[in-house]
Design a protein around this ligand. Structure first.
Ligand SMILES: C[S@@+](CC[C@H](N)C(=O)[O-])C[C@H]1O[C@@H](n2cnc3c(N)ncnc32)[C@H](O)[C@@H]1O
Length: 271
């Protein structure tokens, strides 16, 4: 085929692929997790997420970004990514990410996530957020947990740790750790270290690999129920007139402290 007819046919095939992708998006949009932007999609693919549809306003630019920054996911991206016009993608997402990329991923099954959390041979801690309020904080904590190779992040209370704003804050790293909401009574087994400014100085302790590391809510700290379940109260060094650190910052310091003495913590030199 050549000339005008060939061009039309190519446009038709392209339009068909675009329509199919938009149809798949609409089918999955209700229950799937929105991956907002190139980096969230990159992390999700890297950590084995099921991604039924991925869209870009400039496919070539997104693939060039992958070749440059994430060659390991480039083939998976090339196989999935469908180019759609800017206005089509804007109609599907709450706010178009600057990279012009969006995708949908299936949530890992509950049984799979709970299985990872309840493993008795865990070699890295589980982070527990006791009734967190701020969605951005929860996302930042999931990103920290993924970076440190934590076994999972559990939230208690009403916040949904799979809320789109949490997923955005977590940069697609929900798929690199196990994320679930549980009641205090359902927490995995293991020694529970609860972080509180009134506790013992963390610098005098080694946090075990199977620890649960629990943090209180931004507004009111640890709940009485969580304190009851705690085996140890631990504090982060802080001068007297300062009342507390930000929640995600506290998680970062605590995981860093754990990493300084655990053979299972990731290495910084990646050598
Ligand atoms: C913003 S703080 C909560 C402040 C809250 N107004 C309170 O009464 O505790 C959120 C959580 O971060 C942790 N945190 C903050 N600063 C800490 C510190 N110096 N030592 C230990 N944990 C700390 C605690 O788990 C705390 O519940």
């Amino acid at each position: 085929m050549s000339g005008a007819n060939g061009t039309q046919a190519a446009r038709g095939a392209h339009g068909g692929r675009e329509q199919d992708a938009v149809r798949v998006w609409r089918q999955h949009a209700q229950e799937a997790v929105l991956l907002d932007g190139f980096h969230a999609l990159k992390h999700a693919l890297r950590f084995g997420a099921d991604v039924p549809v991925a869209l870009a306003v400039d496919r070539a630019a997104a693939l060039a970004l992958a070749a440059d920054l994430a060659p390991d996911v480039a083939p998976g991206l090339a196989a999935r990514l469908v180019e759609v016009p800017d206005d089509v993608l804007r109609a599907l997402v709450p706010r178009l990410h600057p990279t012009g990329v969006a995708a949908l991923a299936g949530r890992p099954a509950v049984a799979e996530r709970l299985g990872a959390l309840h493993r008795t041979d865990r070699t890295t801690p589980v982070v527990v957020l006791d009734q967190p309020r701020n969605l951005g904080n929860a996302g930042a904590v999931i990103r920290l947990a993924a970076g440190y190779g934590a076994a999972g992040v559990v939230t208690t209370g009403s916040l949904d740790p799979w809320h789109p704003t949490v997923v955005r804050g977590g940069a697609g790293l929900h798929f690199a750790t196990a994320v679930a909401r549980l009641d205090v009574g359902e927490l995995p087994a293991g020694p529970l270290y609860a972080l509180d400014p009134e506790g013992a100085d963390i610098r005098g302790l080694e946090l075990p690999d199977d620890a649960l590391l629990a943090f209180g809510s931004e507004r009111s700290g640890l709940t009485p129920e969580l304190r009851e379940r705690a085996d140890h109260l631990v504090s982060l060094p802080m001068r007297p007139q300062v009342s507390s650190y930000n929640l995600a910052t506290s998680v970062g310091m605590t995981l860093f402290h754990w990493s300084t003495h655990s053979p299972h913590a990731p290495r910084a030199d990646r050598g």
